[in-house]
Ligand binder design. Structure first.
Ligand code: 5AD
Ligand code: SF4
Length: 459
């Protein structure tokens, strides 16, 4: 809450200020934006969609692929014309973490560079940059402090909310910048997670998605009063399922090597854990997986999927793929196509390999030509699109429990999610927002399903 030493609070209160965010990248970044907005609210900042009206502009950047820094500089150029005189400009996120010093040197209009490990210091840094001429650079690793300081400050949530349980990565896949930009793996304390989820449930949240770069590597002491050995994610999910109001639990993103038996069992035994798992494999070639330092073979992954499906036969699997990693020849790429056919994915992300400076992959021999990458990506994406459509069409005629989240685009329509994370549209009264209702699916497209409220649900 805002505090003031003056008794004439109204007369001396600062004029309302506005902050505008531009966010790139993963859910973790979207979540961080929400958190930054929460931290700035006590300082009098309200979020605006209009860059031209903002007193503070924050670019929350992503460094994972492509010409990340170039996108930031071009956005900075664009903002020059739009910005209100006297407004402050901050670059946050993983580009700030990785290339902070270059940004301050190359873009003097930037007042503040702040890495993901330092967001809890945002209010203090904003105040300081207002006092001092020149930029402030803050990209130190203090992840524990960050979790603590970010608690308790978030905008009113909707029906579904993200909750960070883990940050960082120790895996060092040879293509990836995350271990460098997000630092070592840190798990958030169990009690803190539980109290955040309780608070969210009390505010009407029905679904939580537990977030972490390596979420299934999460370990934590059991909550106070329970005792025993450290918990893994499976136990955490079961415990969160006991919270009144929480109807659905999801988590993302997982590494195959951290899918332990307890977590697989949770899919079999905990109905609130949704039958959807994002489990990236990156490549179907064991040779390439080795070069990527994934530390498992294609066969290991396929056997793991079998075990997960044995536990929860209807589970929908999604994944990430990289094509054109150094050393990937036509035969290795064909193995990716074969693995994809064998798994049968519900939804996937796929990318051309992008050389990230400072990662081992960037200097490996046998880099793949851009046109070969593009051609392979097109082939893989055609297969993945077909699989997604097949998966969606397979729901036609089924009745699915849909958690309604918001009004749809058409009058009288709501949109929600199936257990398999598919967007579902149906005509339904707004009173069903926040509730799970049975929907008979009668149509399926590439990105969504539609159907009719089932009579059973209305009864
Ligand atoms: N090039 C292409 N894709 C990448 N990813 C991570 N690093 C790179 C890179 N250098 C992809 C991986 C990861 C997802 C979040 O982004 O597939 O799972
Ligand atoms: Fe990156 Fe690999 Fe860690 Fe995932 S597991 S964040 S791909 S290094």
């Amino acid at each position: 809450m805002t505090t003031t030493s003056s008794t004439l609070a109204d007369a001396t209160a600062p004029a309302p200020k506005r902050v505008h965010f531009k966010t790139w990248g993963c859910q973790m970044n979207a979540y961080d934006t929400e958190r930054m907005a929460g931290l700035l609210r006590p300082l009098g900042y309200a979020v605006t969609e209009e860059a031209s009206q903002a007193d503070l502009l924050i670019l929350n950047t992503c460094h994972i692929r492509e010409k990340a820094a170039e996108k930031v500089y071009s956005e900075l150029g664009r903002l020059k014309a739009q910005r209100k005189p006297g407004s402050k400009l901050a670059v946050a996120g993983c580009v700030a973490q990785a290339e902070g010093a270059e940004i301050t040197a190359r873009a003097p209009q930037v007042d503040l560079v702040i890495g993901p490990q330092s967001y809890h210091r945002l209010p203090e840094l904003i105040a300081r940059s207002a006092r001092e001429a020149g930029e402030v650079l803050h990209t130190e690793f203090e992840a524990e402090a960050k979790f603590d300081a970010l608690e308790g400050e978030r905008p009113a949530p909707g029906v579904s909310a993200f909750v960070t349980v883990q940050e960082g990565c120790d895996k060092f896949c040879t293509f990836c910048v995350v271990p460098y930009t997000r630092g070592a793996e840190v798990g958030r304390a169990t009690d803190r997670i539980v109290s955040e989820v309780r608070a969210l449930a009390a505010q009407g949240v029905r679904e939580v998605t537990l977030l972490g770069q390596n979420v299934n590597a999460w370990r934590g002491a059991p909550p106070a009063g329970i005792g025993g050995e450290a918990w893994g994610l499976g136990q955490l999910c079961r415990h969160l399922a006991l919270i009144d109001g929480i109807e659905r639990i999801r988590f993302t993103t997982s590494h195959p090597n951290d899918m332990d038996d307890a977590l697989i069992r949770a899919f079999a035994e905990e109905p609130k854990l949704m039958p959807y798992l994002h489990l990236p494999v990156q490549s179907g070639s064991t040779k390439i997986l080795k070069a990527m330092n994934r530390r498992h073979t294609a066969e290991d992954y396929l056997r793991l999927i079998e075990r997960i499906r044995a536990a929860r036969p209807d589970i929908a699997i999604s994944g990430d793929f990289i094509v054109g990693f150094p050393g990937e020849d036509e035969a290795a790429f064909e193995e990716t196509m074969r693995l994809t056919r064998e798994v049968g994915y519900a939804a996937c992300f796929s990318f051309k390999y992008s050389r990230r400076p400072g990662t081992p992959g960037a200097t490996m021999p046998k880099q793949v030509a851009e046109d070969a990458k593009a051609e392979r990506l097109a082939r893989l994406q055609a297969l993945l699109d077909q699989q997604r459509l097949d998966f969606n069409r397979a729901q036609i005629g089924r009745t699915l429990p849909v958690l309604f989240e918001a009004e749809g685009r058409h009058e009288g329509q709501l949109k929600g999610r199936s257990p398999y994370l598919q967007a579902v549209h149906a005509d339904a009264p707004a009173t069903l927002i926040g509730q799970i209702a049975a929907v008979e699916i009668d149509a399926a497209a590439q990105m969504s399903l539609s159907g009719r409220l089932s009579v059973v649900a209305a009864a």
